[in-house]
Design a protein. Structure first.
Length: 185
């Protein structure tokens, strides 16, 4: 309905083509737009665990080291990771005493475990995201939860797919202001 009201195609396979931020801002009082992001889910039977070579440690979600990792990365990376909202145990890899990779999840309604993962920029490209994410996914499955992964960056999508997640759709989040929209019936 909204897509039709906005004059957007409803049968386009490429979600990026559907989301035209400038057009939306011209029709709606858009304050912020996030997406599109791929939504991926994991069936227990499809899980492809990845232990990797790095040693994974479980820490509390409010651990000071998590705060330090989030502070060391770009704000956009920290926000995209979702780790600030994680309430599960966090699975980390260290280099020396410093946490360089972390993953965990937030429990959403209907027993969904929304996963988040972050690797420090200097430690990327070595499979650490798959290693820590695999531990977090295993923990969620053991708790009887349905693992979900929301990914905009392509590397994040690759990690999810490597673990057995399946892309089932997209999400666009729009925060609207209070001004009345023009051009809608």
């Amino acid at each position: 309905m909204l897509a039709e009201a906005l004059g957007l195609p409803t049968d386009v396979a490429d979600d990026v083509a559907v989301v035209d931020a400038d057009r939306l801002r011209g029709l709606l009082p858009v304050l912020d737009l996030l997406g599109p992001a791929s939504l991926l889910y994991l069936d227990r039977a499809a899980f492809q665990p990845n232990g990797g070579d790095a040693e994974v440690e479980e820490v509390a979600c409010d651990d000071a080291e998590m705060t330090a990792l989030l502070a060391r990365v770009d704000t956009l990376d920290a926000d995209e990771s979702g780790l600030a909202d994680v309430r599960s145990p966090v699975f980390v890899v260290r280099e020396g005493v410093e946490v360089v990779a972390a993953a965990g999840y937030e429990v959403w309604p209907r027993s969904v475990a929304q996963h988040g993962v972050l690797v420090a920029p200097g430690s990327r490209g070595r499979g650490l995201a798959r290693t820590v994410a695999s531990a977090a996914v295993h923990h969620a499955l053991a708790a009887g939860l349905l693992p979900q992964w929301r990914a905009r960056p392509e590397p994040s999508q690759r990690v999810a797919l490597a673990l057995g997640f399946r892309d089932v759709g997209s999400q666009v989040s729009i925060r609207l202001g209070t001004a009345p929209a023009v051009g809608l019936r």
